[in-house]
Design a protein around this ligand. Structure first.
Ligand SMILES: Cc1cc2nc3c(=O)[nH]c(=O)nc-3n(C[C@H](O)[C@H](O)[C@H](O)COP(=O)(O)O)c2cc1C
Length: 177
């Protein structure tokens, strides 16, 4: 069975709650996802995993969550060549509409040149925002799932479910269980 590692950082707990929901949905399909706070993570842990999910909130007008920022140097020592990685981000599209989930863009800028095989791009059409560092060149997709607990919490569970279904297919796990 594939080793799935979900690495998250959080200041106020939302990104961890989403991590637990993702873990629960994979579990229902027979896949174990190990959760680890980025402050407890290291390069070896990531290198050992077959599949990775990274979760990150954005803070302070496009700022990077502190523990992820501290992890950048270690992350750059990992071997991500060909590794399937999916990203998700927490943000507030109305409060910080020029910087919506910017930190996902920051992670993407680091891991894409390292050769990561990035999965889980997510459509932007159910959000209202002015700018984001996490947009694909066509601007129709974020580089990962966007969750807005501040403004659209009622959509969170359905978004997570759809994204996990998408990942099961993109990670080639649909037939496993
Ligand atoms: C002071 C402050 C600054 C924030 N800055 C941003 C931002 O620049 N972009 C964004 O999308 N969300 C921003 N947010 C929203 C947070 O990312 C959001 O509340 C998120 O759910 C927090 O996740 P966490 O609980 O895992 O730390 C900000 C929130 C606060 C209170």
């Amino acid at each position: 069975m594939s080793e799935i590692l979900l690495v998250f950082g959080t200041d106020t707990g939302n990104t961890e709650e989403v991590a637990e929901k993702i873990q629960g949905l994979f579990s229902e399909e027979g896949h174990y996802v190990e959760l680890i706070n980025v402050s407890d993570c290291n390069a070896e842990k990531i290198n050992e995993a077959d599949l990775c999910i990274f979760g990150i909130p954005t803070w302070d007008f496009g700022g990077i969550q502190g523990d992820w920022e501290d992890f950048q140097t270690e992350l750059e020592t990992t071997n991500l060549s060909g590794k399937a990685i999916a990203l998700y981000g927490l943000g507030d599209q109305f409060g910080y509409g020029d910087y919506f989930i910017d930190a996902v863009g920051w992670l993407h800028e680091i891991i894409e040149p390292m050769g990561a095989n990035i999965k889980g791009y997510w459509p932007t059409d159910t959000y209202e925002f002015d700018g984001s560092r996490a947009l694909s060149p066509c601007r129709k997709f974020f580089y990962g799932l966007a969750i807005d607990e501040d403004q659209q919490f009622e959509l969170t569970d359905d978004r997570i479910k759809s994204w996990v279904d998408q990942l099961l297919a993109e990670f080639n796990l649909s037939e496993a269980a």
